[in-house]
Design a protein around this ligand. Structure first.
Ligand SMILES: *Cc1c(COP(=O)(O)O)cnc(C)c1O
Length: 363
């Protein structure tokens, strides 16, 4: 604490991202990155941008990437906003649509960046408890005062909420903005994007970080009616005209165009997810039904925190949250088949070791 800090800095409590350790052979299953590299076309597009244009400022309005996104999602360009990762788009959205003095709602078990933005911007919030099975209690999001935000599929639970429920939430919040954070939607089913032309209070946020293997490039975007997008532009242009650099624009455009590679990696990750889920169940884990590129699990006997620590000492990072209600759960990103085979080898080793220890203690 410093006497020179502003009130905003004093009341902030910054987000702590998953560990990024620099150890070779480390298997990273802790931050929901894509285990596959980006499309080859991304590399070529970035190289060509370096060769020709990097000395020039990028387009402040990111028109060609927005055009490409509009085509992909069958919207108009003025219904698309692009930001430096969806975290930035989320931060701008909190500023653009939520107000100090009006209480917003989000799930009690959810993306832990939401309370961070709320504190920074002085927006009061209410955490809505999930149902016992970790599904969203839809009616509890009705008639919110200041707005609603939740991820779909939810993180870290991986559970998907269907569009009918989302419609009900939108219908019951006509006077505030409902933000659906679709960071994992490409691993799930129907996106709320199809509702954008029906609901003026809907903002959908997506990212290139997970399904398009570009976490390192930092590109996220928001889709919504043009007044909402105009609000986001006003915030962005009050901060920084060039939040998206030339390499990011070139790479993101190329990633969007390579639908063959996108479909291939999504299908692959979903297949691995189904295989990993059944293998986890065989080993005594309860696995929540996942529509994402990660699973959320708890073991009937072994403590989650012990498993997390043991895996870390043995070269595999998974995510453990010391938060009430989920402190015996682990979030495990779906890696390649090979990474997951290594994961199971290590898991079998530790489960067996613990079992034999227990057996000898009982004799
Ligand atoms: C990963 C993630 C984000 C952030 O994505 P970036 O585009 O990399 O900033 C936002 N929301 C949720 C729920 C996420 O899991």
């Amino acid at each position: 604490m410093s006497k020179f800090w502003s009130e905003a800095v004093k009341r902030s409590s910054p987000y702590v991202p998953g560990e990024q350790m620099n150890i070779s052979n480390l298997i990273k299953l802790n931050t929901n990155e894509n285990p596959y590299p980006p499309s080859q076309q991304v590399k070529e597009a970035i190289q060509s941008e370096i060769d020709t244009n990097l000395q020039l400022y990028p387009s402040p309005t990111v028109d060609d990437l927005r055009e490409e996104l509009a085509t992909t999602y069958q919207l108009n360009k003025d219904q698309v906003f692009v930001g430096n990762g969806s975290d930035e788009v989320l931060a701008f959205s909190f500023m653009a649509f939520f107000d100090p003095g009006r209480i917003i709602r989000f799930p009690a078990v959810s993306y832990s960046f939401y309370p961070v933005y709320a504190k920074l911007f002085d927006i009061p919030y209410e955490k809505v408890a999930l149902n016992r099975d970790f599904t969203l209690p839809v009616e509890k999001f009705f008639q919110a005062d200041g707005g609603v935000i939740f991820p779909n599929p939810n993180a870290p639970t991986s559970i998907y909420l269907d569009l009918q429920a989302i419609r009900e939430i939108l219908d019951n919040n006509p006077d505030c903005v409902v933000i659906i954070d679709e960071a994992y939607i490409d691993f799930a089913s129907a996106s709320a994007v199809s509702l954008i032309n029906t609901y003026e209070n809907l903002l959908v946020i997506q990212t290139f970080s997970k399904s398009r293997s570009l976490a390192g490039l930092r590109v996220g975007f928001a889709l919504g009616n043009k007044q909402l997008i105009e609000g986001l532009n006003r915030i962005k242009d009050s901060f920084n005209s060039y939040t998206i650099d030339r390499l990011a624009i070139a790479g993101a455009k190329a990633a969007l165009k390579d639908t063959t590679y996108f479909d291939y990696t999504i299908t692959k990750i979903k297949q691995t997810r189904e295989w990993v889920t059944s293998e986890m169940k065989k080993r005594g884990f309860c696995v929540l039904p996942s529509s994402a590129n990660f699973i959320f699990v708890t073991h009937y006997k072994e403590a989650a925190e012990d498993l997390y620590k043991w895996f870390k000492e043995n070269g595999i990072l998974i995510r453990y949250f010391q938060s009430p209600g989920i402190d015996n759960y682990l979030r495990i990103t779906i890696g390649t088949d090979e990474q997951m085979r290594t994961f199971f080898e290590k898991l079998d080793y530790i489960l067996e070791k613990k079992n034999s220890k227990e057996a000898s203690a009982n004799n």
